[in-house]
Design a protein around this ligand. Sequence first.
Ligand code: ADP
Ligand code: MG
Length: 334
Amino acid sequence: MNEISPLPGEFALIARYFAPLAAGFPGAYGLLDDAAVIAALPGQELVAKTDAIVGGVHFLLDDPPELIARKALRVNLSDLAAKGAVPRAYMLDIMLPRTVTEEWIGSFARGLAYDQAMYKAHLIGGDTDLTPGPVTIAIMAFGDIATGHMLRRSGALAGDTVFVTGAIGDAALGLKVLRGELPGLGELDKQFLVDRYRLPQPRVTLGPRLVGLASAALDVSDGLLADLDHLCQASKLDAVIDAARVPLSTAARSALAIESENLATILAGGDDYEILFTAPASVVERLTGLSNALNVPITAIGRMAPPSTGKAGVTVVGPSGEPLYFDRKGWTHF
Ligand code: ADP
Ligand code: MG
């Protein structure tokens, strides 16, 4: 990076705002070397994931910088959790427009500091540059897993149950609230849904405990139906899920009661950052125990089946077992 006036220079910014986030991680060398070292742990390997977010696309340019930082980190931690990995370190590439203020960077770094303490991961390096475009943030996160045990999309077997953590649809409904599209909803419900959109809660405590129990897993970012379809394709199986069993928050239930078309938003919307996984019936009791111990809801929503048509895919069934069909505009009752 060259100068960002009236900001201090690149290295002053790194020293002031980012180097403190590397303290306590010896291999980061205080962000004073060209690269970092992540020590290999015996019997373990690293799971790596990167996700970029772009101002005006993935967040609003006037969103609070703390929140932008936390979301940028959390979407990556959600992937690590769904893969069964324990977060350890992350790198940050940040592209700043000339108009950004030092205050903005300070707030952004405070958001990272808060979340990295909570999730026990350290900043170990990155890159800082100017951009003629909107602020753009790419984080790459690294987590530990026993060698060969990363949870894959492809391990599901016919007869496995499909489970999902937490509640589905809140974030997509929250985005609708921000767009003024859910006028009939109460203020508390609206606020709850918007918060769920703004700040994902990656399931970092549960994910690593699913190793050895889940046959396949991924996090729900594109939408429950799309992500379950990814799992079906990778495992070469069908999935049949029961719409009535998909776990909903009180606020999402209210939205659905007001307008049944919201079912499409809930099932197809995305940004849930819950873990969708499959597991055999033999581990259900252990899953219940985990759910209680970690205080993370786990709900069975359906079942994996051999592909009925030769092409794997997802079927959603309604209250009396009839298939529901979704298109971009909503769903139809056949
Ligand atoms: P240059 O590009 O001038 O060689 P580098 O990009 O190598 O400088 O950055 C110097 C050090 O600062 C490296 O250790 C790098 O990982 C770290 N670094 C740069 N930008 C960031 C950032 N946004 N977050 C964390 N570390 C950073
Ligand atoms: Mg550089």
